[in-house]
Design a protein around this ligand. Structure first.
Ligand SMILES: C[S@@+](CC[C@H](N)C(=O)[O-])C[C@H]1O[C@@H](n2cnc3c(N)ncnc32)[C@H](O)[C@@H]1O
Length: 393
């Protein structure tokens, strides 16, 4: 995207003028020290540095072993261990019988899951749900994501090859059929069913926070672009009883969304429109247009085109609301930069953007008054709102 490359050019010109100051020289000195095995031995023994050395070692170990932790969780999910323990603490033998493992293997899994605080020991020989296992049961979408991640796990087998290719061509790329499709509107119902169901399952967690953060009942009509199966619109409809709900998505997804909205009791005030937001005009007349977990799936050129289409469909007094996890959120660097960084690479398009990057794209596509709105759990979802700039600006 030529227009948005401006910042990159400015940053690279700043880099070439880079002169290390005292702080940078101190960091280089520290790095040299930490590289030395003799210093590491000394720091592990010296009483004042021992705890720092131990913490760093644990951090590095966790990074090396993270894939084992993930697979332990996958085993718990596949064996429905948390469901088994929800009825009350069980011994390894009882778990073995429930999940069809030998008692020795049940014990091995129980110990591994206990160490990860997924479950906890109760008494001498029983295991019960811990805070993490209980939280998993309260959020069935997390288990669905854990299952789904086996595809990402396979795609990340050779992360260097993925980085060199610059785009995924594996299981996730196939799964998100629209990511690189030449004509996404030609996708048939089978190609969208799985991802739509996963999005619907995980949308509840997002919708809760978005609905709590914004007053939707002041709008006459809300258009949710890339609205999936309508879970978000149904949550909005529940708090905005007089608002018309319009969903736009690829034809087979819109059909699923329309059906869900009808079943949820919104048939009199909802409409689902099928189309490709890259080529088809968006329905007009909505005073609020929402893009929920849509922009981060796409590269800058497509995002600019989509935002311009949204701008075109919007009345002068309209509002655009973007809801998605954003990069640069304090405490969520691992989610934005590591998780989404690699997930979207494997998928084949998109990236998590900072509010500043989204603001730049919004301004380039005819929006103004871009504001970041607070949400309860910014790690999960953040909100940006914008107003259309007058066309002659
Ligand atoms: C990540 S999902 C998000 C769905 C929903 N907003 C949510 O948060 O659960 C992205 C949605 O954009 C839709 N989508 C992708 N490309 C599209 C296109 N070219 N035209 C219309 N919809 C598209 C997908 O079908 C999918 O439903």
């Amino acid at each position: 995207m030529a227009e948005a490359r401006g910042l990159t050019a400015i940053f690279s010109s700043l880099e070439s003028d880079w002169r290390p100051g005292w702080l940078e020289r101190a960091r280089q000195w520290r790095d040299q020290l930490l590289m030395s095995p003799a210093f590491q031995r000394w720091a592990a023994a010296f009483p004042l540095t021992r705890w720092i050395a131990a913490r760093r070692e644990q951090q590095l170990f966790d990074l090396c072993a993270g894939f084992v932790y993930t697979q332990t969780l996958l085993a718990c999910v596949r064996l429905r261990l948390f469901q088994a323990l929800a009825e009350g603490p069980l011994t390894a033998g009882m778990v073995a019988a429930r999940v069809d493992l030998s008692p020795a293997m049940a014990e091995r899994l129980l110990l591994a899951a206990t160490a990860l605080q997924l479950i906890e020991r109760r008494g001498l020989d029983r295991f019960g749900l811990g805070p993490l296992g209980a939280a998993m049961l309260g959020n069935p979408a997390v288990a669905a994501m854990v299952e789904h991640h086996s595809m990402l796990y396979a795609d990340l087998q050779d992360p260097v090859a993925l980085l060199r290719d610059g785009t995924g061509t594996g299981a996730l790329h196939d799964y998100w059929a629209y990511a690189r499709a030449d004509q996404p509107s030609q996708l048939d119902a089978d190609r969208v069913a799985e991802y739509s169901a996963l999005m619907a399952a995980s949308q509840t967690m997002v919708a809760e926070d978005v609905v709590a953060a914004w007053a939707f009942d002041r709008y006459k009509t809300i258009l949710d672009v890339g609205g999936g199966e309508g879970v978000f619109l149904a949550a909005v409809g529940a708090v905005a009883p007089c608002t018309q709900l319009v969903l736009f998505d690829l034809p087979p997804v819109a059909r699923r969304g329309g059906e869900r909205l009808r079943k949820a009791g919104f048939q009199g005030r909802s409409k689902a429109v099928g189309g490709d937001f890259c080529v088809d005009p968006l329905p007009t007349g909505a005073d609020l247009i929402t893009l929920v977990r849509v922009l981060h799936d796409h590269d800058d050129d497509l995002v600019l085109g989509l935002l311009r289409a949204v701008r075109k469909a919007m009345p002068a007094n309209g509002t655009l609301l973007i809801a998605e996890p954003m990069a640069g959120t304090s405490g969520s660097e691992r989610i934005g930069d590591t998780y989404f960084g690699f997930y979207l690479l494997a998928m084949g398009s998109g990236r998590a953007r900072t509010p500043a990057e989204l603001t730049q794209l919004l301004e380039l596509s005819g929006f103004t008054e871009v504001r970041l709105q607070p949400t309860r759990r910014p790690l999960r979802v953040r909100l940006l709102t914008a107003r259309p700039a007058p066309f002659d600006e």
